[in-house]
Design a protein around this ligand. Sequence first.
Ligand code: SF4
Length: 319
Amino acid sequence: MATRDLKIPSQRHPEKAKRPDNAQPKKPAWIRVKAPVGEGYKDTHKIMREHKLTTVCEEAGCPNVGECWNQGHATMMIMGEVCTRACTFCNIATGKPPEDLDVFEPGRVAGAVKKLGLNHVVITSVDRDDIEDGGAEHFAQTIRAIRRQSPGTTIEILTPDFIRCDPKVLEVVVEARPDVFNHNLETVPGLYPEVRPGARYFHSLRLLQRVKELDPTMFTKSGIMVGLGEDRQSVMQVMEDMRAADIDFLTIGQYLQPTPKHHRIDRFVTPEEFAAYEKAAFGKGFLMVSATPLTRSSYHAGDDFAKLREARLAKMGHA
Ligand code: SF4
């Protein structure tokens, strides 16, 4: 059975090899998760390997993989296993991608979605700054392939920022009509130079605002991690900025440090603080908020999508 190497930063992250080690603090009780076992987990694993698909669940070392995969909820990561960025929080392998895009991948993703029988699927990708359109057309083809094979499945995409592309490439993705367009801001603007050096906060924010301008019916979603060194005031400002960009759904989760070479954990935010963030975010007008230590963009995404839709209908006076 194929396994993923999640432990050797010098191989997976050449740019991090010379960074000093950061101690990984012991996780508090509220971070503990179930081990990845169970028939559902094994079935999901088998389908991913049979279809030669990469998942962010494995590549990022997500703590929720046991729970999600048991229910068949895997988040497929398209466009390869190697990312052209070097974010200091992320465990996806970095470097120059060895291959061009695989033209058969959209079909394999669609085949896996059908086999898993998903009501809602989340598709993400590595960043491909080496490709002129950043992979926009590949995203669109993947969306269309899923629609053809599973017309009843709702589709959520979690995209790169397309910062080095013609701004028009965003239209290609939006015209493929995903149900939810997600792009994560990841952290507060003051931490971008350290945490997300290849990205720009206001570019990412504007990307999401532009999606809403192109299609006002499309749900937009974004998330940040906390525990990276941000303060509460900055998190509140991010919420304000997101609402100004008309973002519907906010996710906030605890940053977990994948290896000693990654950005250090500043602290573990308590469940009470998460609850306070959630309350504040609803107060600022988000239709949907998920803020818990184990929240990830794709965690419980299907159930949350149903709530998101209901919230919009209620706001429009249809519920
Ligand atoms: S939370 Fe998302 S990335 Fe993590 S295991 Fe679940 S589906 Fe995969």
